[in-house]
Write a protein that binds this ligand. Structure first.
Ligand code: NI
Length: 136
């Protein structure tokens, strides 16, 4: 059930928000505010170490000495978190490795940070999601 409430904003802040809404393709302010609130609350859940799913994406040069062994070693150290791993040979040098993880937000972040920090990793990202069941 939707409930209404009114919000007071400075004119300039509202203009910026309307600009944000149009850039991000929201159809109205309510939809944008709902989405921002949910995102903020999901961020808080991460801080609470609640259960999340995450995707760690790495791009690296497989010629980098020891890198593949180090990635594999980390994945074994955190094997309880790891749901699956997909490796794509992008070109002669570069590999894309996507690791799907599930577990407490803090451990998921720890694993991702360790993987991303490995020498030779060109780009690394962690995307986390939760079902957000308690936010709807
Ligand atoms: Ni490869």
């Amino acid at each position: 059930m939707l409930k209404r409430f009114s919000v007071s904003l400075e004119r300039q802040l509202l203009e910026k928000f309307d600009d944000y809404i149009s850039r991000h393709g929201y159809s109205n302010r309510s939809e944008a505010i709902r989405d921002l609130i949910r995102k903020r609350l999901v961020n808080e859940q991460w801080a609470d170490n609640s259960k999340v799913v995450g995707v760690v994406t790495l791009v690296y040069d497989h010629h980098q000495a020891q890198l593949q062994e180090r990635i594999t070693e980390l994945q074994h150290n955190y094997y309880k978190l790891i749901t699956s791993t997909t490796h794509v040979h992008m070109d002669h040098h570069n590999c894309l490795e996507v690791t799907i993880v599930k577990g407490g937000a803090m451990l998921v972040q720890e694993l991702a940070e360790n993987m991303i920090a490995l020498r030779g990793v060109k780009t690394g990202n962690l995307t986390m999601s939760s079902t957000g069941d308690d936010l709807h």
